[in-house]
Design a protein around this ligand. Structure first.
Ligand code: FES
Ligand SMILES: [Fe+2]
Length: 450
């Protein structure tokens, strides 16, 4: 029986902990998602360190929509659709760079940094006085805002402010992006990994799934685990999971930093671990004791598709799960470091991108996602609801130190339930879906809780 017989509301039953596999496969749901989710949520489009000079630009996507993110002559940032108003060609096919204009390679319409249509070849001959260039600039994405260097954009004028949208998540993000004066910077280019699977498989995992790590990644972790190290061989077991009614989540917040992770010693690892020890007092003064060592050995996800992975084998990365089709996505990964870190520490963090995100461990995850996708060609599999019940009833909203909804990290799928609850609200609502029973949080933003 198709989901169409029961409606979108039946696809996700967060209070029962049930999710239909159709949401990972169905083309019609994917089409609805591409508008109702990706054209109304705040989406990460780049980091300010990638746009240093005026004319610097990044080419990326907001959902399926190709966009250019451009540093303006006045220092501001504009985000505009990378689609020529003549026939829809991309006006810029580079991943990024610096430019004075964006000139379409089909017939040569040329747009300024602000998206204005400045030149049309042979305009007088071709159009006489019929073409009003002021009406045919690149389509602007109306909402653009930054959070401590992270650039977000939103197609929906009625969406809440970025700060309200992030809510409690800012407290956790700060421990990644605001540890030291100057925040973070992106090092190098963007790693783009094509996966078979639905983008939500990656997003939900980063929002809350430490449970998979030491089975899925058992062979990878054996390669870097120090057999002689004392202590728990599974450091992800400890820690807290944060989630919010707005759909954000963190797989696990772990104190104790890298120092008790049972990694095979290496010069890079020692260097980066020492850097975190050396900067601990400064971070304590800046953010308080709870965030000195966090986030560590963990992943997080800002709803719907902006993720990070922190201090796993001494690297840090941020990334985006870009949907492509119901069964394919691209994961874009950026290496990030404290801007104030010494060059040798930056180099060590960059060197270790290949250990986890770009090497042995990502392929473990990709194997799961592609196998699930292959199974979803089966109508019987798609008819069978999936179990998302772990840790139901165990969450608390009144943790004395950590804002948001908190559970133990290894044994909870509260993040998943909140992620899909919010997903369903966007999918089912024609209006911008307000959070139900919103409350004022520690950050002063509105974020609903159950
Ligand atoms: S499609 Fe761009 S100039 Fe024709
Ligand atoms: Fe994983």
């Amino acid at each position: 029986m198709s989901w169409r017989d029961h409606g979108i509301e039946a696809l996700v039953q967060p209070d029962e902990g049930l999710v239909s596999p159709e949401i990972f496969h169905d083309q019609e749901l994917f089409d609805i998602e591409s508008r109702k989710l990706f054209m109304r949520t705040w989406l990460f489009v780049g980091h300010e360190s990638q746009l240093v000079k005026r004319g610097d630009f990044i080419s990326t996507y907001m959902g399926l929509n190709p966009v250019l993110v451009v540093r303006q002559r006045d220092g501001g940032i504009k985000v505009m659709l990378n689609a020529c108003r003549h026939r829809g060609m991309k006006v810029c096919r580079a991943d990024g760079g610096n430019s004075r204009a964006f000139t379409c390679t089909f017939h040569g319409w040329s747009y300024g940094l602000d998206g204005e249509l400045n030149n049309v070849p042979m305009q007088d001959t071709a159009y006489g006085d019929r073409l009003d260039r002021s009406q045919y600039g690149l389509v602007q994405v109306p909402r653009v805002d930054t959070y401590k260097g992270l650039i977000f954009a939103n197609f929906d004028e009625s969406a809440p402010s970025l700060l309200d949208y992030l809510g409690d998540m800012t407290w956790y993000l700060d421990a990644l992006v605001d540890r030291r004066e100057g925040g973070i910077e992106v090092l190098g280019g963007v790693h783009k990994i094509v996966h078979r699977g639905n983008w939500k498989m990656g997003a939900e995992q980063f929002a809350g799934d430490n449970y998979h790590a030491f089975l899925t990644h058992v062979s990878a972790s054996m390669s870097w685990r120090d057999e002689d190290a004392e202590g728990d061989p599974n450091p992800l077991k400890a820690g807290l999971q944060f989630t919010s009614r707005a759909g954000h989540g963190i797989a696990g917040w772990r104190k104790n930093g890298m120092d008790d992770a049972p990694y095979v010693p290496s010069p890079d690892y020692e260097l980066v671990a020492k850097y975190y020890r050396d900067t601990a007092a400064e971070v304590r003064n800046r953010l308080g004791a709870e965030r000195v060592d966090g986030p560590s050995l963990t992943a997080g996800n800002v709803f719907p598709n902006f993720s990070y992975l922190s201090r796993v084998f001494c690297h840090n990365s941020i990334g985006v799960w870009h949907p492509r089709t119901p069964d394919t996505f691209q994961y874009w990964r950026y290496c990030v470091v404290d801007k104030a870190a010494p060059p040798e520490v930056k180099r060590a963090i960059m060197n270790n991108m290949h250990i986890w995100p770009l090497g042995v461990a990502d392929s473990d995850d990709g194997e799961n996602w592609s196998e699930i996708s292959a199974n979803l060609t089966s109508p019987a599999v798609r008819d069978t609801m999936l179990n998302y019940q772990m840790g139901m009833g165990a969450a608390r909203d009144d943790h004395p130190l950590f804002p948001g909804t908190i559970t133990e990290s290894y044994v909870a799928e509260e993040s998943h339930r909140n992620f899909y609850r919010r997903w369903q609200e966007f999918m089912a609502s024609d209006e911008y879906p307000d959070l139900k029973s919103g409350v004022l949080t520690a950050t002063g933003a509105t974020a609903g809780k159950e």
